[in-house]
Ligand binder design. Structure first.
Ligand code: DGY
Length: 322
């Protein structure tokens, strides 16, 4: 029997990065890139000490009790709402996520989504591809400005701050934000950012972007009542997690033009989308790709691998959660 720790890599990742891991531990990889159904995940984890995880596995007490050899779960994602951290800690299972390495790439994408919604990029492309363009019009697909507008940020962690920087320094936007805790004024000043109550954020933002982590308390944080407080000219973008925005209420608000447009990268129950979202034109839809640049996805995988090697072979995990 091998003396090396054994690790399951739950999804297909970059081959050269797996090879780096293989120099330290025995690795089992999936044959294809389908998420493993939970019973199959548990079966493959038997006797394994480590799991390289993504956002698509459920790491709960049932799995942990069925996999008593497990000592480390290392996520390549920053979000870890798929992991019962308390259950892991109680069983001595180390957990890490992958913050920082994706901050700028995710902020770039959040900005892109917001701009695409405000300037009606998806609608414009559909208009062209479906052969509707006959002539130029003064009011053809007119949208909202980004520069000089008020950027509202819900959640002001690393990604929120990176978005604020883009808005304030790149586009001359006024930045307001709502977060449980206020930033240090020394951080607020260069971002031209002001902490406001959630109601003020909803009322004053021209472009609202959601970057709070998912938790049960954040479920449907933005629903019909919140959407009703927004400007009819406003846009809303979500790059955080599905379930924070009530997709049905949002689709209705978009259809009735109670807000102007939305950009969504995450969905409740993804990869399925609520059918109502597919029939409204004024929403830009993308499949959870905010961190999906090649260098960033590689950095996320490398960080998770570093953490696995540290946890199983002796060392300090770079981004431990427990
Ligand atoms: C994350 O890292 O949490 C992103 O949502 C990618 O899944």
């Amino acid at each position: 029997m091998s003396a090396k720790p054994q690790v399951l890599v739950a999804r297909k990742i970059f081959a050269d990065i797996v090879e780096r891991l293989r120099a330290h531990v025995d690795v089992e990889e999936p044959l294809d890139d389908e998420p493993l159904p939970q019973p199959e995940l548990i079966r493959r984890l038997q006797g394994k000490q480590g799991l390289f995880a993504t956002g698509t596995e459920t790491i709960d007490a049932t799995l942990l009790d069925a996999c008593p050899a497990l000592r480390a779960v290392c996520l390549m994602t920053v979000g870890y709402n798929n992991v019962d951290l308390a259950a892991c800690t109680a069983r001595g299972v180390r957990v890490s996520n992958a913050p920082d390495v994706l901050t700028e790439t995710t902020a770039d994408f959040g900005f892109a989504l917001m701009m695409a919604a405000a300037r009606r990029i998806s609608e414009s492309e559909h208009y062209l591809r479906s052969g509707q363009w006959r002539q130029w019009h003064v009011d053809l697909l007119v949208g909202a400005d980004i520069h000089g507008a008020t950027l509202g940020i819900l959640g002001m962690g690393r990604i929120g701050q990176a978005i604020a920087r883009r808005g304030a320094l790149g586009f001359g936007m006024k930045v307001i934000y709502h977060n449980r805790s206020r930033l240090d004024p020394a951080l607020e000043a260069p971002l031209n950012a002001r902490w406001v109550e959630k109601e003020t954020l909803l009322r004053e933002a021209d472009h609202l972007i959601i970057v709070v982590p998912y938790s049960p308390e954040a479920h449907h944080l933005i629903g019909a009542a919140e959407l009703a407080q927004m400007k009819p000219t406003a846009t809303l973008s979500n790059i955080a997690r599905g379930g924070i925005v009530d997709d049905v209420a949002l689709a209705q608000a978009l259809r009735e033009r109670r807000i102007a447009a939305a950009g969504l990268d995450v969905f409740e129950g993804e990869p399925r989308l609520h059918p109502d979202l597919l029939t409204v034109p004024n929403v830009v839809l993308t499949p959870h790709i905010a961190s999906a640049s090649v260098p960033t996805r590689r950095a996320m995988c490398n960080l998770a691998i570093d953490n696995l090697i540290a946890a199983l072979c002796g060392g300090v995990m770079r981004t431990a959660l427990n």
